[in-house]
Ligand binder design. Structure first.
Ligand code: SAH
Length: 502
C-alpha cells in the first residue's frame, strides 16, 4: 500500500442490507469517506464510522443531487488528500451504474481504484420474487436491457425485433415509467402477448411488491397497482415459477416497519434479526449510552477488587463498560477470580459469557426484585460491588441493605435521553408509517412517551421487553400491545411475531 488515497467502487447490493459482499463490508469498515447513491440502503452505514454523504436525493432527504462530474471531482479530491474512499453504489457498480465512467475519470487523474462487485438487482430481485432467470426448462439465456431509451425514437440503440426473438428471459432495468412503450414495442416486433411477465418493485426489501400478468396486460395491471421505483421488468416463461417458488413475501414480519429504539451503535444485531424476519427496521435511537465523565471513581474501585465478595451486573452495557475499563487498566481477569457473579437476566449473563465468565445467579424473571431475592441468602455481611448506570431503579440497594450486605455502587456508564429523533423518523411517525415501536427499558419507555409528546395520532403498536418496562410505559400513559416472554431483543421481536400471527 502507498500512503496515497484510494477509491473503492463498491456494490451495495439491491436493497437487503445482507446482500453486500464480505469485501464490501471490509471496505466500509476501513473507509475515511463514503459517498453513496440513492439506491443504497442507508442501514449499510451502520458498518462504517466514516463521514458519509448521499449523492442523490430521496423522498426523505433535503440534500441536493450531485452531478456526475461533481461526484468524480469529490472522489478524486478525497483520494488525493490521502483518504480511503468508498463509492457505494446500488447493486453492482458495473451494471447500469455508471461505475465504469467513475473508474475512467479516476484512471485519467492517476487515482488508484478497485472495483468490488455486488449483487445486481436482476438476479437478486427475481430470486426474492421466486423467479430463476435461467431455469433450464424456460430459458437458456438472459439479457439485461436498459428501459431508459424511448422505443421508436431515433437515438434508440436497442433493436426491438432482436429482443422480441431473443431465446430467453429479458430483464429491463430503469423501465417502470416506459413500461407501456416497452411492451408495445416488443409485441409490435412479434413477441407473443401471452408471454409471462412480472414487475418487481423494491425487490429484496420489506416493501417488495410483485405484479405478474401476460405481456399484453402487464402495463395496465402495474399502473393499477401503483408500483414504485426502483422496479425491474422480467419477461419470459420463467416468471411462472413464482407461483410455487415465492418465499420472501411469506416471512413472519414481511413489510412491517419496526422502530428500533436502541442506541444506534448497538442496533446492528437487532436490525439484522428484524430484516431476517422480513421487517423494515427504522432506527429511532431514544437513549444514548456514554462512558462516565471521568473514570476516577471506577479506577479507584478496580484497585480495590480484592475487598469484594460479589460483583453484580444489571445490564449488558454494565458488563461491557466494566470489562473494557478493567482490561484497559489492568489487563488481567484473574483479579476477579475470588468473586461470585450475579446478573439480572439472560442478555446480561450472555454479555458476561463473552468474557468467558459464568454468572452464579441469573434470576428466572428479569427484575431487580427477583435478583435481590436470589442474592439475599448469600450476602449478609458480604461486600457487594454493583457496576451500574448513572440512573435506574433503587430496588437493589434497598433490599440488599435490608439483607445485611455492604453495597458499593460504581457508575460504569451513563444513560441519557436523546433530545429528539432524526427528522425523517418524526415525519415517518406522523404519517403513520411505523407499525411497531419496541421498548427495551423503562427509561426508553419514558423517553418515547416524551418524544411522542402525547401524540394521540401515533398509530404504531407498542412492544415491551419485560413486565418492568411495560409498567413504566403504562404509567407514562402508553398502551402496550405485546410483551416479550424472554426479556431480550430477540424475545421482543418474537412477541411481535406472535401478535401478528394472531
Ligand atoms: N447498478 C444497479 C442498477 C442501477 S440502474 C444494479 O446492479 O442493480 C437502476 C435500476 O436498477 C432501477 O431503475 C431498477 O430497474 C433496478 N433496481 C435497482 N434496485 C432495485 C430493486 N431493489 N428492485 C427492483 N429493481 C431495482
Amino acid at each position: 500500500m502507498t500512503d496515497r488515497g484510494k477509491v473503492y467502487l463498491v456494490g451495495a447490493g439491491p436493497g437487503d442490507p445482507g446482500l453486500i459482499t464480505v469485501k464490501g463490508l471490509r471496505c466500509l469498515a476501513e473507509a475515511d469517506e463514503v459517498l453513496y447513491d440513492g439506491l443504497v440502503n442507508p442501514l449499510l452505514l451502520l458498518h462504517t464510522s466514516a463521514t458519509a454523504r448521499r449523492t442523490c436525493r430521496t423522498c426523505t432527504d433535503v440534500g441536493r443531487i450531485l452531478k456526475q462530474e461533481e461526484i468524480n471531482e469529490q472522489l478524486i479530491a478525497a483520494a488525493r488528500a490521502g483518504r480511503t474512499v468508498v463509492r457505494l453504489k446500488g447493486g453492482d457498480p458495473f451494471i447500469f451504474g455508471r461505475g465504469s465512467e467513475e473508474a475512467a475519470a479516476l484512471r485519467e487523474e492517476g487515482v488508484d481504484y478497485e472495483i468490488v462487485s455486488g449483487v445486481t438487482a436482476a438476479t437478486a430481485a427475481s430470486a426474492y420474487a421466486g423467479i430463476s432467470l435461467t431455469h433450464r426448462q424456460h430459458a437458456s439465456a438472459v439479457a439485461f436491457v436498459t428501459g431508459h431509451e424511448v422505443p421508436g425514437k431515433s437515438e434508440q440503440m436497442l433493436d426491438y425485433s432482436a429482443l422480441a426473438s431473443f431465446p430467453g428471459t429479458l430483464v429491463f432495468y430503469m423501465g417502470l415509467h416506459r413500461l407501456p412503450d416497452i411492451t408495445r414495442a416488443l409485441i409490435g416486433a412479434g413477441k407473443a402477448e401471452s408471454t409471462s411477465a412480472a414487475v418487481i418493485s423494491r425487490g429484496t426489501l420489506p416493501a417488495q411488491k410483485v405484479v405478474s400478468a401476460p405481456l399484453g396486460e402487464i402495463a395496465e395491471k402495474v399502473a393499477a397497482a401503483e408500483l414504485h421505483a426502483p422496479s425491474l421488468i422480467v419477461i419470459g416463461d420463467c416468471v411462472s415459477q413464482r407461483d410455487h417458488l415465492q418465499w420472501f413475501e411469506q416471512r413472519p414480519l414481511f413489510g412491517k416497519r419496526i422502530g428500533i429504539t436502541r442506541p444506534a451503535a448497538q442496533a446492528a444485531p437487532t436490525v439484522e434479526a428484524a430484516v431476517e424476519l422480513g421487517a423494515q427496521p427504522i432506527l429511532m435511537p431514544t437513549i444514548e449510552i456514554t462512558p462516565p465523565d471521568n473514570w476516577d471513581a471506577v479506577d479507584d474501585t478496580l484497585a480495590r477488587l480484592s475487598e469484594f465478595d460479589w460483583l453484580v451486573f444489571t445490564s449488558a452495557n454494565g458488563v461491557r463498560f466494566f470489562f473494557s475499563r478493567l482490561l484497559q487498566q489492568v489487563g488481567d481477569v484473574r483479579l476477579l477470580g475470588h468473586l461470585k457473579l450475579a446478573t439480572i437476566g439472560l442478555a446480561t449473563a450472555e454479555a458476561l459469557g463473552d468474557y468467558h465468565l459464568r454468572s452464579d445467579i441469573v434470576p428466572a424473571q428479569y427484575r431487580a426484585e427477583a435478583l435481590a431475592e436470589e442474592l439475599k441468602p448469600h450476602v449478609s455481611g458480604k461486600r457487594v460491588l454493583w457496576a451500574r448506570a448513572d440512573r435506574g431503579r433503587d430496588v437493589l440497594p434497598q433490599q440488599l441493605a435490608a439483607a445485611g450486605a455492604d453495597l458499593c455502587e460504581t457508575t460504569v456508564y451513563c444513560n441519557r435521553d436523546v433530545p429528539s429523533w432524526p427528522p425523517d423518523v418524526t415525519s415517518t411517525l406522523q404519517s403513520g408509517d411505523i407499525d411497531w415501536i419496541c421498548l427495551s427499558s423503562p427509561s426508553i419507555a419514558r423517553n418515547v412517551v416524551r418524544l411522542l409528546d402525547g401524540e394521540a395520532t401515533c398509530s404504531a403498536r407498542i412492544a415491551s421487553i419485560s413486565p418492568v418496562t411495560t409498567a413504566a410505559a403504562q404509567s407514562a400513559g402508553l398502551q402496550v400491545d405485546a410483551e416479550a416472554t424472554e426479556y431480550t431483543w430477540p424475545g421482543l421481536l418474537n412477541a411481535i411475531v406472535r401478535f401478528e400471527a394472531g
